[in-house]
Design a protein. Structure first.
Length: 245
């Protein structure tokens, strides 16, 4: 048990004392909630797919659905771009490509963006019950601001992480360990909502409970989730309490 705590402390980039203080601050709150963004706050992956295909084809690359699932979804641009475009370009080149792709995505998504079914009611319920919440996304900061503002969900989150908040992308657990630390909760007391395989793996490695959402993958494709849902409709606090017991 102590070795596991030491490992989490190391990955979170904090000290053992700070970690123990973090845990003690929220002993009276049963859990915190961490939301991935794409595929969780919004069903954006169909538009990401269109944008990705258009963007890659403009640069002479053609991706299958399987390649998108395995190489792109749930990963930061800095991690998947070298897999598709090769690793010989400079960081400046990658940044230009990422900015181009994301600008195309926002242009396509803005006319149709809306929160996932049941999300607003669920967020209101969490807020009313004093549940701590955060967004932890592999998306660039421009997309996080764009998505949360356009869906009217920014007001629910004091903590929002984007691709600039961590150095190692999913499936590495860094993003969820850092988010748990910022929430002042032990990872074991955090429930993560994820839509990607890489994201589920990252959350599990961090020690969090994980709820999969079937916007990107089918229920059968999820491995290691504690629960799988289609959207937030009908999801209540009591189910989360039972999940975290």
């Amino acid at each position: 048990m102590f070795e596991k705590i030491q490992h989490q402390v190391s990955l979170a980039g904090t000290s053992l004392i700070n970690y123990l203080v973090m845990i003690s601050k929220n002993l009276n709150q049963p859990f915190a909630i961490i939301f991935d963004m794409d595929g969780v706050i919004v069903d954006s992956n169909p538009t990401h797919t269109v944008a990705l295909r258009k963007f890659c084809e403009m640069h002479g690359h053609y991706l299958t659905d399987e390649e998108l699932k395995l190489k792109v979804y749930g990963r930061a641009n800095k991690d998947w771009l070298p897999d598709i475009f090769g690793d010989q370009m400079t960081p400046t080149d990658y940044k230009k490509l990422a900015d181009e792709k994301e600008a195309l995505f926002r242009k396509l998504f803005e006319p149709i963006i809306q929160p996932l079914n049941g999300l607003i009611h669920f967020l209101e319920s969490l807020k009313k019950n004093g549940v701590s919440m955060a967004v932890a996304s592999s998306a660039p900061p421009e997309n996080v601001v764009f998505t949360l503002e356009k869906t009217g969900t920014k007001k629910y989150f004091n903590i929002m992480l984007d691709e600039t908040s961590f150095s190692r992308g999913k499936p590495d657990p860094e993003i969820y360990l850092k988010t748990a630390s910022l929430l002042n909760f032990a990872p074991e007391k955090c429930i993560v909502f994820e839509d990607s395989i890489a994201g589920v793996e990252a959350a599990r490695k961090a020690g969090c409970k994980v709820i999969g959402i079937t916007t990107t993958h089918t229920k059968k494709e999820f491995i290691g989730t504690d629960l799988v849902i289609n959207n937030f409709e009908g999801l209540g606090i009591q189910k989360l309490v039972k999940l975290n017991c």
